[in-house]
Design a protein around this ligand. Structure first.
Ligand code: PRP
Length: 195
């Protein structure tokens, strides 16, 4: 099974059913850990603030939050490690949060941690702004590619160091809306696929 365009194809790495099952498990684990946020806590911390990093995390964030039985606030960051005047590992904030997070419990939700530079920068920023707690939930951990250490509190899958697409991850904006995660195999013949 796969999807191609003549120049290559996508080989399924994590099928839709496995993602769905793991997302449900992560949501249960997160709900258990943040149970104290279910009712208004005495120190007025407010609901758990879930922060997605655009654009890739949107698909995972929506599926996760729909299964998360907790009151939540939702906000987004957009970062980029590319662009003029940036050196390797330098991360630029393209869109900042709308919400103030001082004193809040923050759960950062990401599709993938690769080199770790993006998450390392964003996690530091959230802590600097005085969040009461900051944790990271990432669907995919490409552990072999790590250049800076990042603690992943909730991890979906550890994956090999390959170019992955689907379920939010793109190749030049293609493939984000695949329901599975796949590996892009250049030069492979197209395989007919129902999706
Ligand atoms: C991806 C991913 C993370 C970042 C991880 O986003 O969603 O934000 O890269 O890489 P790192 O660990 O090497 O820093 P990308 O920059 O591809 O943007 P997108 O989500 O808009 O596609």
């Amino acid at each position: 099974m796969g999807m191609g365009n003549g120049n290559g194809r996508v080989r399924v790495l994590i099928p839709e059913e496995s993602i769905d099952r793991r997302v449900a498990e992560l949501a249960e684990q997160i709900a258990r850990d943040y149970r104290e946020c279910r009712e208004a806590p005495p120190d007025g911390r407010g609901p758990l603030t879930c922060v997605g990093v655009l654009k890739g995390s949107v698909f995972f964030l929506v599926d996760l939050l729909k299964r998360l039985e907790l009151p939540v606030a939702v906000d987004f960051f957009q970062a980029s490690s590319y662009g003029e005047g940036t050196s390797p590992g330098e991360v630029r904030i393209k869109k900042d949060l709308d919400l103030a997070i001082r004193g809040r419990d923050v759960l950062l939700v990401e599709d993938i941690v690769d080199t770790g530079h993006t998450l390392n920068t964003i996690l530091s920023l959230l802590r600097m702004r005085g969040a009461a707690s900051v944790r990271l939930c990432a669907l995919l951990d490409k552990a072999e590619a790590r250049q800076v250490e990042v603690q992943i509190d909730y991890c979906g899958f550890t994956i090999p160091n390959e170019f992955v697409v689907g379920y939010g991850l793109d190749m030049g904006e293609r493939f984000r809306n695949l329901r599975y995660v796949g590996v892009w195999e250049p030069g492979q013949p197209e395989v007919p696929s129902p999706s």
